[in-house]
Design a protein around this ligand. Structure first.
Ligand code: ATP
Length: 219
């Protein structure tokens, strides 16, 4: 027994648009990690991307539609309404202050694990959260020596370890590989290619109604 509270999940992203490659792996990974609720945290200004995201109101509206059927997911709007660039470390510090006794599990895809050592204050992230990692296709199998070292010291095989400590572990979930990305979806919409298998139908309808991602549209 420990005196920790139930673990809280956090899943950050640009979600422009939110797609099945976000939702399905995170639902599976949360189940495997035994995390009952996950905050979806859309970022305001992504710090790792060149793409200028769609308007806040659209990304939020699509997120609301996409999570409707998943009671374990909810939206945390703290980053999207903050005019500063979205650094995960700042969000985690704020969450830790609010939830001092809850393990925090930050959900990422395998591509994000590969680039983790480039994140702002990346080493400090482990003082605030665990990482729960979903599979993502197209990611090289070999890892950098820095990442290998990180895995050697922090990887845990069972989900118990995520609930017995507030932070500091890496858990690799075994999730189905979905070859979906927001970039590809935006390009497909511009070219008039199908997106049915990638997007929730209500999100597709929203994109259509608001004419998002079309070549001549500016927001
Ligand atoms: P973009 O194509 O615009 O870069 P994206 O599809 O990668 O966007 P983000 O919103 O940047 O989506 O991703 C947020 C998080 O979701 C990241 O941790 C990323 O690794 C994860 N993710 C995105 N797509 C997938 C996928 N198909 N499978 C697993 N994880 C994913």
């Amino acid at each position: 027994m420990n005196n920790l509270r139930p673990a809280l999940g956090i899943f950050g992203g640009t979600f422009d648009p939110i797609h099945y490659g976000h939702i399905k792996p995170v639902i599976d990974a949360a189940q495997q990690a035994c995390v009952q609720s996950v905050a979806m945290v859309p970022c305001h200004i992504p710090v790792h991307k060149n793409h200028v995201p769609s308007a806040t109101k659209h990304r939020l509206a699509m997120l609301r539609l996409a999570i409707e059927e998943y009671p374990q997911l909810y939206i945390d709007e703290r980053e999207i309404h903050n005019s500063a660039p979205s650094y995960t470390i700042h969000t985690l510090r704020a969450l830790r202050a609010e939830y001092p006794k809850h393990p925090l599990c930050f959900f990422i895809g395998m591509d994000s694990l590969h680039s983790l050592t480039k994140w702002h204050e990346w080493q400090a992230l482990f003082d605030y959260c665990h990482f729960v990692v979903s599979c993502r296709p197209g990611i090289q199998k070999s890892v950098s020596s820095e990442l290998q070292q990180l895995l050697n010291t922090r990887q845990v095989i069972t989900n118990n370890a995520l609930h017995n400590a507030l932070c500091g572990k890496i858990y690799l979930a075994d999730t189905p590989e979905l070859a979906i990305s927001s970039t590809d979806i935006r390009q497909r919409i511009q070219k008039g290619l199908p997106t049915e298998k990638m997007l929730n139908p209500n999100v597709r309808a929203y994109i259509h109604t608001h004419k998002l991602y079309q070549a001549s549209t500016t927001f």
